[in-house]
Design a protein around this ligand. Sequence first.
Ligand code: FES
Length: 149
Amino acid sequence: MPYLWRSKREIPEGSLGRQTIIRLLAMIHEWGCSMSKFTEVSKIDELKDGIMKAVIAEGREILLARVGDKYYATDNRCPHMKGDLSQGKLEGTVVTCPLHGSQFDISNGQVVRWLKGGLMSKLGSALKMSKALTVYNVKVEDGKVLVEF
Ligand code: FES
C-alpha cells in the first residue's frame, strides 16, 4: 500500500471514494475496538495475596499477580531477554526478573530498574534499551479473574 492516511483530514478533498475511505476507517476502528474481550484466566481463590503465576490465555503468556485485593496482568516475559517473570520476586507491585534483576511495576508496566548493575549490566544496557511491560486490564466477576485482550 503506497500511502496510509492517519486522519480524515489527510484524505484529499474531492478524491474519488473519500467518503468510502472514511467509512472504511470508521469500520476498522470500530472493529478494532470491539475485538477486545475479557477472558477468564483464574479463579480468585487460586491466587493468594502476594502471589504471581504465569498463565496462557488467548495465545499469550501472561503474568497474573495479586497484591492485596487487586489483581494485575502483564506480559510474563521480560523485555530484556525473555526471563520468566513469574519465577522472579514480587515486592508490593514491583517484580524482579530472575535472570538479570530488571524491575518492573506491574500496576503500570514501567521500568523501575533496568538490569541490576555492574559492568555486565552497563554493557547490556548499552546494547538494549529499557522497555516497559505491556499491561492488561483486569476485572473480577463472580469469583473469576478476567483479563482484557
Ligand atoms: S531477562 Fe530480565 S533482566 Fe535480563
